[in-house]
Ligand binder design. Structure first.
Ligand code: ARG
Length: 466
């Protein structure tokens, strides 16, 4: 394809260098945003008398026909073009002639690329946000049916205190709600208009940047043209938010892997979300969760790619910056597919409440409650802690549980023990009593679920409205 920049050079670019220089293989997905940005630019040029109204109309009609043809498949994007911006512009000139050549007045590919990318990331941010809301909804639905399902809670992966499964799921929902908040913040900084910054110094034409800002739905415009064309902070910010989402997803994935193992058997994934082994017939592997855990790495990699690419770059545009898109698009595609899969898996997982309950019965996870019992009878907590420690040692020696010790055995350790200790250390009661704000009791978890429902209802039309 001949080059639109055949000015100073004759564009006799070496074939290998040409291919190396090209970004169309990965920026062709910006075709819609490129056309949208160009339409707004042409309308502004006409409003300011820089081109005629008739020329702007021709440009808009031409661009719309290109859009339709790409979408219907009638026009194939030419992969030998340098990038999507060059492709659209030369196709336009092919279709409408002279007027097409006026589109690039008062504009550079530098502000054009930044504009297209911002428009694209704005809509992708909304999609990721919507997927997060979907996942929060799946978690709250699953949690709602496990308000009374008791499981062991862990610290150091050692059984610690009893929890409800609902409480555990809600913990993840709160992480994803924070992720929504972060995206909402990032969106404000993505949604800024660089169009009109031109190559780096602005333009001599009397343009109206406010006009393209409102036509394209931006919240504001970049106030310094050098910064406008060289700023990729919005990409870094989105990639770091995506990395945090993936980090959260990798943690729940790890739990799904553990919970579905023979050692835990807390949940079972249906055949729809697990695979077999080519050699071991008994296997049912949680591949989806493992893949989500694994894909987290590439999103961290993309973030580091971008930070490293930008490090030490002098102002303004440098070709290094073309490398931004692959990293950003890869993370976007990754997080969207992972969020979708995770929502489906959460909805589908079968919870083995009996196994959770019997795991909770082992490991003395009511030892804290036993100490609290002695505190309720007047003992200092530190002393009670020691007494229960000795009780647990006795249980381990005699292969008993705190529930199965007789009252006379209890009394060997403290006279304060009475018949009511059994009720006090019953797991269901341990859970019910943990009723402080944010705690694991069914009542507390129900109010956490209410918060999630309120959040979901408040974003029926995601962040676009805020
Ligand atoms: N494809 C390029 C990119 O994505 C477009 C910008 C090229 N600008 C330039 N002055 N050569 O960064």
């Amino acid at each position: 394809m001949s080059k639109l920049w055949q000015g100073r050079t004759q564009a006799n670019l070496n074939k290998k260098a040409d291919a190396f220089n090209s970004s169309i293989s990965f920026d062709s997905r910006l075709f819609k945003e490129d056309i949208e940005g160009s339409c707004a630019h042409a309308a502004m040029l006409a409003a300011k008398g820089i081109i005629t109204r008739a020329e702007a109309d021709e440009i808009e009609k031409g661009l719309m026909s290109i859009l339709e043809d790409i979408q219907s498949g009638a026009l194939e994007i030419d992969m030998s073009a340098e990038d999507i911006h060059m492709f659209v512009e030369s196709e336009l000139t092919k279709r409408i002639g002279e007027a097409g050549k006026k589109l690039h007045t008062a504009r550079s590919r530098n502000d054009q690329t930044a504009t297209d990318l911002r428009l694209n990331l704005r809509s992708e941010t909304d999609k990721i946000y919507a997927s997060l809301v979907g996942l929060i909804d799946a978690l709250q639905k699953k949690a709602s049916s496990h308000i009374n399902t008791i499981m062991p809670g862990y610290t150091h992966l050692q059984r610690a205190q009893p929890l409800t499964f609902a409480h555990h799921l809600c913990a993840y929902a709160f992480m994803f709600m924070r992720d929504c908040d972060r995206l909402k913040e990032a969106r404000h900084r993505i949604n800024i208009n660089p169009l009109g910054c031109a190559a780096l110094a602005g333009t001599t034409y009397d343009i109206d940047r406010e006009m393209t800002t409102s036509a394209l739905g931006f919240e504001g415009l970049s106030q310094n043209s050098l910064d406008g064309v060289s700023d990729r902070d919005f990409c870094v910010e989105l990639l770091s938010d995506i990395s945090i989402i993936m980090m959260h997803l990798s943690r729940i994935s790890e739990e799904i892997v553990l919970w579905s193992s023979w050692e835990f058997k807390f949940i079972e994934l249906s055949e729809g979300y697990s695979t077999g082994s080519s050699i071991m017939p008994q296997k049912k592997n949680p591949d989806m969760a493992e893949l989500i855990r694994g894909k987290t790495g590439r999103t961290y990699g993309n973030l580091i790619t971008l930070l490293t690419m930008l490090k030490g770059l002098p102002l303004a545009y440098n070709k290094d910056m073309q490398e931004d898109k692959q990293a950003v698009f890869d993370s976007i595609d990754t997080v969207k597919s992972c969020l979708e899969l995770m929502s489906l898996m959460i909805g589908d997982m079968k919870v083995n409440a009996e196994n959770m309950r019997s795991a909770a019965a082992k490991g003395f996870i009511n030892a804290t409650d036993c100490a609290d019992y002695l505190v309720s009878k007047g003992l200092a907590f530190r002393t009670a802690y020691k007494t229960v420690g000795s009780l647990v040692s006795r249980c381990i020696e005699t292969e008993k549980t705190l529930e199965s010790l007789t009252l006379s055995e209890y009394k060997e350790f403290s006279d304060l023990f009475a018949e009511d200790v059994y009720k006090f250390i019953k797991l269901e009661n341990c859970v019910k009593k943990r009723n402080s704000k944010g705690a694991t009791s069914p009542q507390s978890v129900l109010s956490q679920i209410e918060m999630m429902k309120d959040f979901i209802n408040s974003v029926s039309n995601p962040i676009a409205t805020t």
